[in-house]
Design a protein around this ligand. Sequence first.
Ligand code: NDP
Length: 518
Amino acid sequence: MLLQSERGSFRGAAGGLRKRSDCKLLTSPARRTKSLNATTVSEGAKKEIACDSKVHYEFGGPLGVSALMVGFPLLMSYLYICLAVNHGHLQNPLRWDFWERGAPTIIPTQRAIIIYLSFNVFQYVTAATMPGIKVMGMPVPSLGGKQLEYLCNGIATWYVDLVLVAALHTSGWFPITTVVDEIGPIMSVAMLWGVIVTIGTYIVACVLGRTHRMSESIPYDIFMGAILNPRIGNVDLKMWSEIRIPWKILFFISLSAAVKDHEINVERELQAGITPELWSFSGGLIEMYKVKTSSPLLFMVLAHFLYANACMKGEECIPTTWDIFYEKWGYMLIFWNFAGVPFSYCYPTLYLLNRSLKNEPVHLTTAYTISLFITLLAAYYVWDTANSQKNRFRMMQHGTYVHRRAFPQLPWGTLHNPTYIKTKHGSKLLTGGWWGLARKIHYTADLVMALSWGLITGFDSYIPYFYVAFFSAVLVHRVGRDHVRCKEKYGADFDEYCRQVPYQCDETSETIRKRKHV
Ligand code: NDP
């Protein structure tokens, strides 16, 4: 049944915090949160409730979100068709022959429906049943400070996926290349699915009286969502759809394209009379051609593997993020996670594959390619460790920190004894580690990775740069929204934080002196 027990009885926020500090996973910094006095707690809780219940129209209000809901699927279809039938060049979308030529490439097929929905069902089943750690989320103001439990078994399901995909491919039951062979129809199924789930969730939330922070506009609430914590059984659908669906699909698209590219290149060599070298195992029982995938496509596999793997290995950090504790489950998250992320962030991959199919592979210099690999890995390091520094700091504070060993655990991912600002609200704002250098340094690193995904395709098409352009707009908007929210929540303490951590490293001995140590 959708939407399990969200309505818990009202307990004062002090009760919520008491539970946090009693939590078994407490680490020493978290234990120190016990010293928060009752006045701080109730003031913080009041602010939390005020922030959580206020409706600010964003994205241009009802009209703006209606345009986005119609515009996203059209834009994705348009860009995909440009890639599929127009060599990645933009064409006038008002021309009828453009759609006439392109429509057949995106019409849903029975096969695409089976592939996409089976993947979703499999992801749900593994999320519900595989072993994993359980972490408590942030206190939910609308539930009187109650903390919900999240089963974080992403890493286990990820390894199962990888083994299963390898088995299906090598056995010939489901060659991984089927994904890119059917990519247009699968994208359309995903978009339709995103719309169906959005409308279904909205109706169920209204019927069950589980709505939260509603505006007076139906389109706006459909876009932003009606429900905060949708659950089926022990699976939080919002977190599940954000972690298990988009990034895994994105990786499998790139893997599929890389294998396809390899097969095309082997075939071409055979046709040209070149006998490909073989790797033999088990006395020749298993034979494999040497990898013939182009380096830009291998780059995309690495980039998408790193991103997907990071989401799985650090899943326990997700319950304390803004999307989970604040955003509702509406079109914005549903459509974007089911369709937008996997089928628009993959444009560089599809572009590279199409170039290979046309026998016009992208040629880059070795130095350029190597420098992009280095940039990707360096940006990934900053992104991964900045996220984990802040999220683990927050988890310690809330008593939900758990030590993980999921691969790879990078140096400086956890801060011991960091500097911070203690706010009147009760929460602490980290000013140590990467967070002492710049406030949104993880966004910057994420954007550098996004840019590298485009740069690896060269400069003949704009479409592979869609992700970095779109993502820049998303993050700029998110920075603004988060700033307003934090300012409301922390008041003058947030001003002090901004003063202590400006975007540039211009710390003075005075600001360092003022910092307190845990
Ligand atoms: P943040 O990780 O910036 O989270 C913002 C919240 O963190 C704030 O509201 C505040 O919450 C808390 N916070 C901010 N500063 C501090 C601090 N100094 N110390 C402690 N807590 C602080 O934002 P997101 O959740 O948007 O992003 C998480 C990651 O996901 C990023 O790396 C981002 O790039 C990535 N992302 C990727 C997307 C994609 O499509 N590829 C889309 C969106 C995000 P509070 O004080 O209430 O705890």
